[in-house]
Design a protein around this ligand. Structure first.
Ligand code: FAD
Ligand code: NAP
Length: 310
């Protein structure tokens, strides 16, 4: 990329980043968007989106995100297919260092780095990650066709994953540590309707450890109502929430429980002037595709207003 000071760099290619790019492009800021390793963000890995306004046809996440990418591209956003590994955000001119070693300098930054799946951190998890333990049913479900799997978690992601797997697998257990769910009621009802088919709920249960032969997962040991129980499984899909991807900003920005604090001089401004944050990296409450897109729009408008004054 040409060595010049850019108006705005957007970090992240999820719904927040693409929406910020659309608005910044239309405001003639000539934005550059750094995609990160997870092109399209979290939504790109989900099979069906039922709540994106105007899309009652329930598109898959990858094609929905492709349409946002194409929209931003058509309006002139430049894309850099790399990851930001470090940054210096405090001065008037911000510097972002990419994994290639290239450095970008800019007057404003819009951070849309979203969140990454959490794991259970119980015994043998690292041993079986990629060998039976996964955090993405759309990516890995195919390997478990006609097999027996479990999904761990009680949120909408766990139910989405379990519903998807129920169409591929012989048997799907939904394992949750409580007996009530955070998941959207519509998803819970849909999965409950499959309990007379191939879905079984195991509630008030915690995974104690993964078991296997060291190379392939064979099952788990559960703590159910304080009793130990063995369960034979071919795969486990962990869906126990996400952690904001904000590690590289912790020296420059105020964070709260890992979430970027916003609401300083503008709704989306961070503790560093000229740096804005949108989507799941700055939100511990709503965490939806549409709220991420909405705050991406707000961050772009805030950046435009900031650049007009500076
Ligand atoms: P993300 O989508 O998390 O994207 C973050 C982006 O930042 C990625 O492109 C990543 O590569 C990039 N990035 C991270 N770090 C760096 C870095 N250092 N340098 C450069 N780039 C970086 N919401 C709904 O509204 N409806 C649904 O049906 C729905 N289904 C879901 C299903 C699943 C399985 C999951 C996990 C989530 C689902 N969600 C759904 C939630 C929704 O996906 C998120 O709220 C939304 O994707 C957040 O958007 P975002 O733009 O903030 O970040
Ligand atoms: P979430 O709503 O935070 O749910 C995480 C679940 O994992 C909770 O049920 C939690 O249990 C459980 N959990 C957390 N840590 C655990 C541990 N160590 N061991 C066992 N269980 C653990 O996260 P999510 O399901 O990933 O959803 C994230 C966001 O994306 C939400 O805002 C959601 O609405 C959105 N989303 C929406 C859709 C949709 O609209 N269709 C689909 C997917 C995701 P407790 O309940 O006991 O805390």
């Amino acid at each position: 990329m040409e060595n010049k000071i850019l108006n705005t760099v957007i970090i992240g290619s999820g719904p927040a980043g693409y929406t910020a790019a659309i608005y910044c492009s239309r405001a003639m800021l000539n934005p550059v968007l750094i995609t990160g390793a997870d092109f399209g963000g979290q939504l790109a890995t989900t099979p069906e989106i039922e709540n994106w306004p105007g899309r009652s046809d329930s598109p898959d996440g990858a094609s929905l995100m492709d349409s946002l990418f194409n929209h931003a591209k058509k309006l002139g956003t430049q894309f850099v297919y790399d990851t930001v590994v470090s940054c210096s955000l405090k001065g008037e001119i911000k510097t972002l260092t990419l994994s290639s070693g290239e450095q970008l300098q800019c007057k404003s930054v819009i951070i849309c780095t979203g969140a990454k799946a959490k794991y259970l951190e119980c015994k043998n998890e690292d041993l079986y990650k990629g060998h039976g333990v996964s955090a993405c049913a759309t990516c890995d479900g195919f390997f478990f066709r006609n097999k027996t799997v479990a999904v761990v978690g009680g949120g909408s992601a766990a139910f989405t994953e379990a519903l998807y797997l129920s169409s591929l697998c012989k048997k799907v257990y939904l394992i949750h540590r409580r007996d009530s769910f955070r998941a959207e009621k519509a998803l819970v009802d849909k999965l409950k309707a499959l309990t007379d088919k191939n879905v079984q709920f195991i509630l008030n249960a915690k995974v104690d450890e993964y078991t296997g032969d060291g190379g392939t997962l064979k099952g788990i040991i559960l703590d159910v109502d304080t009793n130990k129980q063995k369960l034979s499984l071919d795969g486990v899909f962990v869906a126990v929430g996400h952690k904001a991807s904000t590690e590289i900003f912790k020296n420059d920005l105020e964070l709260e429980n890992g979430i970027i604090k916003t609401g300083y001089s503008y709704a989306t401004s961070t503790s560093c002037s000229g740096v804005f944050a949108a989507g799941d990296c700055a939100d511990d409450t709503y965490r939806q595709a549409i709220t991420s897109a909405g705050t991406g729009c707000m961050a772009a408008l805030d950046a435009v207003s900031y650049l007009e004054k500076h």
